[in-house]
Design a protein around this ligand. Structure first.
Ligand SMILES: C[C@@](CO)(OP(=O)(O)O)[C@H](O)COP(=O)(O)OP(=O)(O)OC[C@H]1O[C@@H](n2ccc(N)nc2=O)[C@H](O)[C@@H]1O
Ligand SMILES: Nc1ncnc2c1ncn2[C@@H]1O[C@H](COP(=O)(O)OP(=O)(O)O)[C@@H](O)[C@H]1O
Length: 325
């Protein structure tokens, strides 16, 4: 369990109640806790266009997002006024989040808390905990999922009752694929990825995706190593998209992390309906029809050590908000 870091904020708006430092670091007895399970993200298609200065150099995207049922859990509990925020992260595969140098104030969940506090005109006196299950730096939107979960949790904790669209507007200021993570499911993304059009269950587009095998079992092949999203996009600028690749970043990710390419090929040979690098990678997703096909892909990945960890999940998935007093 990594340390709890509490940074009491200077009380700009009011004198903090006369509580000891230890009391300030605690949460009031009986305080409400809101927990949000937020799924990972992959891209069933990812077309990458030119960069735009007005988007901070981000590329134009046309993508079909799919939330995948590997969940991080974010809990939010109110702290005493003026106590500031705290963040505790737990999990067995924390990647570079585990480093003591990992700056908690730059964590995507904390940035989302600050953005909500700014929008609501409140102090971010909230204790956040993140239970990480989404591989870090994997192309699975783990940081974006935690940011979206924080937006949803604080929206409930502070009884703001803001709409998904309003939360997405705040999310779009934080990261390209955060707006999608606020509601999950299947969705079409454009702009730099922040413009979201949900794909409604049982709509013709939803049924078409299901017919192609994207609604059901998915295997995630994850790695110890991480890829830097900016570096993958820069490599894309140099090498371009692979012929026929549904994910235009796939060739770039494989260029930087060749094991992913071997895992994609092995899954396809083992009979996966679809197998590709997830977003900026390095993780690989394989959509399979049923247990036998799943086992064939798992055996193929294990036989040659093509991935470091295999997670089986369902797609599509959606965030789940839970309140406990
Ligand atoms: C590649 C995708 C595909 O969904 O996700 P991941 O696979 O990383 O999770 C996204 O575009 C990642 O979204 P996200 O990780 O939120 O990106 P941001 O924080 O907004 O931007 C990080 C950096 O990625 C590059 N970037 C991001 C989005 C975009 N449309 N064009 C870009 O060139 C830029 O270098 C940017 O500075
Ligand atoms: N809550 C968080 N979860 C995961 N990564 C985070 C988080 N906050 C900040 N990061 C940083 O964001 C980077 C990208 O992580 P992540 O979003 O998991 O990958 P990707 O963008 O490939 O989906 C990592 O280097 C990590 O240090």
């Amino acid at each position: 369990m990594s340390p709890v870091l509490t940074r009491p904020r200077a009380t700009q708006h009011r004198e903090a109640q006369h509580l000891t430092k230890d009391e300030l670091a605690q949460t009031p007895a009986g305080a409400m806790t809101v927990s949000v399970d937020c799924p990972a993200k992959t891209n069933l298609t990812l077309e990458v266009g030119p960069t735009h200065d007005e988007w901070g150099g981000r590329h134009a995207l046309d993508t079909v997002y799919c939330a995948v049922g590997v969940y991080d859990t974010v809990t939010a509990t109110a702290k005493y006024p003026g106590a500031g925020f705290s963040l505790d992260i737990e999990g067995t595969h924390l990647g570079d989040l585990a480093a003591s140098s990992s700056d908690m104030r730059r964590n995507h969940a904390v940035l989302a808390l600050f953005a909500m506090a700014e929008a609501a005109g409140r102090d971010p006196d909230v204790a956040l905990t993140i239970t990480k299950r989404i591989p870090v730096g994997a192309g699975l939107g783990g940081g974006s999922a935690d940011a979206a979960a924080t937006l949803l949790a604080v929206n409930r904790l502070w009884d703001l009752n803001w709409s998904v669209d309003r939360l997405r507007t705040i999310a779009a200021t934080l990261g390209a694929d955060m707006p999608f993570c606020v509601a999950g499911g299947f969705a079409h993304g454009t702009g730099y990825g922040e413009r979201i059009e949900g794909i409604v269950p049982d709509s013709p587009q939803w049924r078409e995706l299901a017919a192609q095998g994207f609604a059901g079992d998915v295997l995630v092949g994850a790695y110890q190593s991480q890829l830097s999203t900016p570096e993958v996009y820069r490599t894309f600028d140099a090498v371009g998209a692979g012929e026929g690749d549904r994910n235009h970043l796939q060739a770039a990710a494989i260029n930087l992390h060749p094991r992913s390419g071997r895992a994609v090929d092995a899954a396809a040979l083992a009979g996966a309906r679809h197998a590709f690098v997830s977003g900026s990678g390095p993780s690989v997703v394989a959509f399979v029809d049923g247990d036998a096909a799943a086992q064939r892909v798992i055996d193929a990945w294990r036989a040659d050590g093509l991935v470091d960890r295999i997670i089986r999940a369902k797609a599509p998935a959606k965030p789940l908000v839970r309140v406990s007093q």
